[in-house]
Design a protein around this ligand. Structure first.
Ligand code: HEM
Length: 377
């Protein structure tokens, strides 16, 4: 197996000129994007804990600005509690809950919303500063504004999700359609930031085969799809309905009549617990297979050490993630394991996206202006 460098080019960052002080500007912009990604990561983890502790419906109003202040008096807590007691989740699941117990679920949801707001501030304030100082090139501005408005839309989607469990409804939890959309949009924004953060500094990038390049891209897309399907499992509690592995409902591939009984057929993908969990398993096996093949591909190709290490790391991470999913399932979805399974998914996504970005440049080799492709130093 060869670990020698098969060829590396240096690519300019998408920031202005390489020389100082622009390179320190690039580093500042990169640090900012990494900080924003870290904030999203934290918000995702707390969001997962909020869902798993069934705390997500405890705040029954959406006040994007004033909502940052939690109830400060006994009366304010009582008022919040009274509003919560009017929703179906309280009546069906939490009848008789004490104010102390209510406060515990309230703090989860409040912390999740606070972190989301802070993430917005961590993104917007430095962004405005960099724009004012002229450090952001024209091409990058549109992309960063899109990310910002994507984040703002995510807040609205979050409320749209919460509202599905309030008011005139029989639901005791939020709609799985909206939950999955909310989580996937958050992950997409996260991916865009991780991807961009790598491009704002100049670095050496490997020249690899098209198969390795598209393998890396496919893997990142598969992990994202798998997260969407995982949210459907979580949102419908499908993980509690079928707790055997490798068989599900008594077979490796269940009876088609049970997988596709709802009409129209596509509703099974989102509403039939058997189909939802079956899909999550099958896409996990596919992702795992692609991760292993990609690892072998890198192992038997002439690639630089970093590409090899990333591909191998991904194969290991996807394996660990799948094992975590299976253990979570066999133990009937306990809080700690579910949280680890969700959090680890974001780590897998981070490595997959970072790896795919690094290998994606060869595609654009012909488009990199000669002046930008500096010789290897
Ligand atoms: C590449 C592999 C996998 C990835 C990326 C992945 C990702 C995820 C994510 C992100 C969630 C949670 C979504 C949320 O909390 O909103 C989830 C839930 C779940 N996954 Fe996976 N998963 C993988 C493999 C598996 C496997 C192989 C199994 C079992 C056969 C499994 C079983 C479950 C179960 C039971 C849940 C529901 C947990 C809950 O209700 O909190 N996963 N998955």
């Amino acid at each position: 197996m060869v670990r020698s460098v098969s060829g590396k080019r240096r690519v300019a960052s998408i920031m202005p000129e390489q020389n100082s002080p622009a390179s320190s500007h690039s580093r500042a912009v990169r640090l900012w994007l990494v900080a924003a990604a870290a904030m999203i990561f934290l918000t995702l983890i707390v969001g997962g804990a909020t869902r798993l502790t069934e705390s997500g419906l405890s705040i029954t109003e959406w006040k994007p600005v004033t909502g940052v202040v939690p109830p400060l008096t006994q009366q304010a807590w009582q008022d919040e509690f009274t509003r919560y007691r009017a929703i179906p989740q309280y009546r069906e699941l939490n009848e008789g809950m004490s104010l102390g117990q209510f406060k515990a679920i309230y703090w989860w949801e409040w912390t999740h919303r606070l972190l989301a707001r802070l993430t917005g501030a961590v993104f917007l304030l430095p962004f405005l500063f960099f724009l004012w100082r002229g450090w952001i090139p024209r091409g990058l501005k549109a992309r960063l504004w899109t990310i910002f408005f994507g984040g703002a839309a995510l807040g609205a989607v979050g409320w749209w999700m919460v509202s599905s469990g309030l008011g005139d409804t029989n639901r005791v939890s939020v709609s799985q359609y909206r939950l999955a959309f909310h989580l996937t949009l958050a992950c997409l924004i996260y991916c865009a930031i991780v991807w961009t953060s790598q491009q704002v500094v100049s670095r050496r990038i490997p020249e690899v085969t098209a198969r390795l390049r598209y393998g890396a891209l496919a893997l990142a897309v598969l992990v994202l799809c798998q997260i969407y399907l995982g949210a459907l499992v979580a949102g419908t509690d499908a993980g509690r309905a079928f707790n055997t592995w490798p068989l599900i409902d008594g077979a490796f591939i269940p009876d088609a009549a049970r997988l596709w009984f709802a009409t129209p057929w596509w509703r099974n993908i989102f509403e039939n617990l058997l189909t939802i969990q079956f899909d999550h398993r099958m896409v996990a096996y596919l992702t795992w297979t692609v991760a292993l093949l990609h690892g072998f591909d890198a192992g038997f190709s002439k690639v630089d050490r970093r590409t090899w290490t990333e591909a191998m790391t991904l194969a290991v991470l996807v394996t660990v993630q799948a094992v975590l999913g299976i253990v979570t399932l066999l133990n009937v979805v306990p809080l700690g394991l579910s949280l680890a399974h969700q959090g680890f998914a974001i780590i897998v996504l981070t490595v997959a996206v970072s790896h795919a970005e690094r290998l994606s440049h060869g595609v654009r080799a012909a488009q990199v202006p000669a002046s930008a492709a500096l010789s290897r130093s």
